[in-house]
Design a protein around this ligand. Sequence first.
Ligand code: MCN
Ligand code: CUN
Length: 786
Amino acid sequence: MTQALDEIKIGGLGASRRRVEDNRFIRGKGNYIDDITLPGMLHMEILRSPVAHARIRAIDTSKAWNIPGVRLVLTGEMMATRNLAWMPTLSYDTQAVLATDKVRFQGQEVACVVADDPYVAKDACEAIVVDYEPLPVIVNPEQAMAPDAPLIRDDKENQVDNVAFHWQVGDKASTERAFAEADVVSRISMHYPRSHPSPIECCGSIADFDRATGKLTVYMTSQAPHIVRAAVAMVAELPEHMIRIISPDIGGGFGNKVPIYPGYVMSILASILTERPVKWIEDKTGNLISTGFGRDVYLDGELALRRDGRILAVRMHTTSDHGAFFGDAQPSKFKIGLMHSAFACYDVPHAHLTATGVYTNKAPGGVAYRCSFRVTEAMYFQERMIQAAADDLGMDQAEFRRVNLVRDEDFPHRTAFGFLTDSGQYGRCLDVALEAIGYADFRKQQEEAREQGRLLGLGISTMTEPLGAGNSREYDILGIKMFDSAELRVHLTGRAILRTGARTQGQGHETTWAQIVAHELGIPADDVVVEEGDTDTAPFGMGTYASRSTPVAGAAVSMAARKVRAKARKLAAHLLEVSEEDVEWELGRFYVRSAPDRGATIQECAMAAYANMPDGLEPGLEASAYYDPPNLTWPFACYVVTVEVDPETGVWDVLNVVGVDDCGVRINPMVVEGQIMGGLTEAYAMACVQFITFDAAGNCIGSNYLDYLLPTAWETPGFELHEVVTPCPHHPLGAKGVGECATVGGPAAFVNAVMDAIKPYGVRNVDMPLLPDRVYEAISQRHDVS
Ligand code: MCN
Ligand code: CUN
């Protein structure tokens, strides 16, 4: 008999294979934008506005031009003569590339200088004199919607106020009826503060326009190079084959590298004008004050409840602060992203969501920072509302969830907002988490501690989230449908190169995609090299964000490998001199059904594809696949956190954190655990310290890492992780996305734990981050703190 390959040994599905990319990263051998130097390259620096709202009276660039080494100074006026002062955003708004009329947030791009070296360019920026006429500043939605508020977007025809959009989804009438019949209505208002993804590497680009060939090559920090190419093609009216976007190694993205930034556009124009490559590297402060941020959403939430604990309906109103330009990168038809995925894991019959988006004098963004298109806010709001509702009913937190969670036998389940969830074992995840944290024991300890004046708390967060846009029927960006792609080329020695339309920024695709090939073909993962991020070589895809890579590009990898296998079967039949129907497959090898010892390995088939193909069969062994998923994938997670709060200071310490994730079949369990640990760290960060604020004049407080706080390994607690596996019914491997789950579901567990601890004080809500002074104020004054 034959000896089947050991899939784990060849690094296939389920192997905790070490990340191959780390070989170069931990040796400092990564190839990031700033590592790239092109012959004759010039350097660009951006002059940013020091004020948040002001009319530009004049810009004097003469001193800058006179500094030796300066090659070009660009202002909005010069961009306007080329029709490039404004660019379209991914949400059908417009955004200034360089300000012409006004500046609308602190840090906005006002001018740029291109020089022989970056220091000269920086000095020359400082020599530019801008005459600003200050205007009243708006830093929150309340000010934005005040009747006498100054108009921020006076550049837009027909814009009469600071509202960017109104949107709604769900069934208003049936929701109202359910509220009328409720025994109890639970209400809570809160703010999910603005936060910053703060990747280690800031944004940057090198544009290289070759006048001789007419080809534009741009190296840039982009999570979605093909979308950038499409946008450049539209704006610059260049055909795609004359544009090459290369996204080299990325030092963390977290959504920060999805938007198209003015810096990219200016470097392109500068290269066209100077006929030299032009490099722009954003500095940390530039990144912190101007890059695509996350969140900044206010909620008024209501749950209609029956006395026995059933949720009858949910009503949500969100007000989101988009800054000066509505630039969210999200599916076109959803104005507030996938906020309406809230309550998808609960059996809620009726729901209605209204959303208002406003302009303020702050940097644009909203959908960065591991958000799955605002699912982060949706799940935070959901789980805070759930905790408040259970308290209002006097019900146990775990029991209230158990009563309302969708049951295993209810799938497929249509949510009240219209999504179709298709699989999961929600109750089981909750059980595993409660068992791991020692739920019953902890509640006893909590009681005893309260009697001694100590404040222990336990917070639960249960959630499913939609990961993996498309399907193409419903999801598009700028009209381009959301599917993804893979192309697999098996060389004659049986080694292979795989390319996809996704772009890893730290998630480990080079490791995990090779494992999918190993699983489908039996080629050892070490024999498969993975390449992403070059639009001239990679098949067209929509990039990596919203944890869509495994659900979409990963599925495409499977499908491409299966096509290769189908062709290899023909080659095997030829080598074995039997008909194709008589050939069976086992991992890495075809064999004759009636004589299993007679076989041909995948490597032998590969050789035959180039050296010994049968008559009439096309040579070569390669395939590509475009994958349009039938549905989103719906991973589930349950996070439980225990804390102790010091009533004298408001300081809280984490006692334990348990995470139970069900992301279906895990391609690489170690990579998945890494993603979850990173996500829980971010969740803890937002719960305890991390937020961006602005003073009344619109100054960004948090423009450096002394003011913008991130927890280090020292402050971050340990995490105990468990898994439940419910395969995705429609993904070729049964996998669901996971990259954002813990960032999405984690914050509510931390906040719920602190709120549970201080429940005896009658406080309903403290907004994140739960800084000690906020917690102290809440318990000493016995009121909510926002
Ligand atoms: N994986 C797996 N088995 C599964 C699901 C995923 O082995 N069932 C593996 C995948 O093969 C992949 C990783 O886990 O290597 C994440 O996969 P997936 O959930 O598909 O998410 P994406 O690859 O699309 O990553 C995007 C997601 C997002 S949107 C943000 S933001 C984020 C995140 O990933 N940014 C990150 N994680 C990050 N991790 C790092 N280190 N750096 C970032 O910038
Ligand atoms: Cu919204 S952050 Mo990730 O989807 O790139």
